[in-house]
Design a protein around this ligand. Sequence first.
Ligand SMILES: Nc1ncnc2c1ncn2[C@@H]1O[C@H](COP(=O)(O)OP(=O)(O)OP(=O)(O)O)[C@@H](O)[C@H]1O
Length: 278
Amino acid sequence: MRRSGGQQDGDERLLVATDVRKAFAGTVALAGVSLRLEPRSTVGLIGPNGSGKTTLINCVSGVVRPDAGSVRVGGVDLAQRPSHARAKAGVARTFQNIRLFRDLTVAQNCEVALVAQPRARRAETLPVAEVLELLGLADAARERSSALSYGAQRRAELARAAVTAPRFLLLDEPAAGMNERETEELIAAIRALRERLGCGVLVVEHDLGLIGALCDTVEVLDAGNCISRGTPQEVRADPAVIEAYIGGGGEPDRADRAGGTDRTPTPGQIEQTEEVSQ
Ligand SMILES: Nc1ncnc2c1ncn2[C@@H]1O[C@H](COP(=O)(O)OP(=O)(O)OP(=O)(O)O)[C@@H](O)[C@H]1O
């Protein structure tokens, strides 16, 4: 079947998640969420703390098996297949927390990722030096990753995912803890990668400046449901989104659950950060 985006469902560069559901011991994390990731497009995933964003990225990347629903790449359902089946299909991800090998150099971290690639995809990988150049890390190639600045470590994580030449790049809060300058460098790095790889990018982020600057479409989750979908401008004007943020962002117990710092922005911040990025 031909879709509006021009990609066919059998296309190996198209990822379609449909009606994904997941509960943890009675807590419904995802109540049936769908999304579509096309080549060269960037989809943003936002929502209050605990709304299901990380669970969705985990279900798409194979870290968590959904209770129901499908995750199709090239028309093949990978939902119940292990992580390495996703890797074979070209799905790569980064995590909220930095997971570099601290005692290895930046280049060695990338090489480890290449060795871990399934045999079927090894011919498609990118040269480490090219990726490090693209991400502004050429001079850091031989440095131990623990010696890098925080922003550079986060870009090194991106490099480690990028050398596998993913068709789908999933980023879980890539700008977490970054200052404004580091975030700007990250936005430029993600754009450069998207251009070089022609991949689809899914980004979970509380920084709505980054979302507005990078994303073609944004999905908004609240309590495991998609409550809005559209361009960054459309979702920011959607009353359902404003209500979700007023209801969720201001609740102290939600801030506590998120570890003490509630990074969920208020509707005013959505307005402000997106205006800055335009
Ligand atoms: N492994 C787990 N065990 C039990 N409950 C979980 C687990 N993972 C997630 N949950 C619960 O599922 C719901 C969704 O969590 P999730 O981490 O996906 O939200 P999120 O939108 O990514 O939140 P945040 O913005 O704070 O990272 C929350 O109620 C959370 O407590």
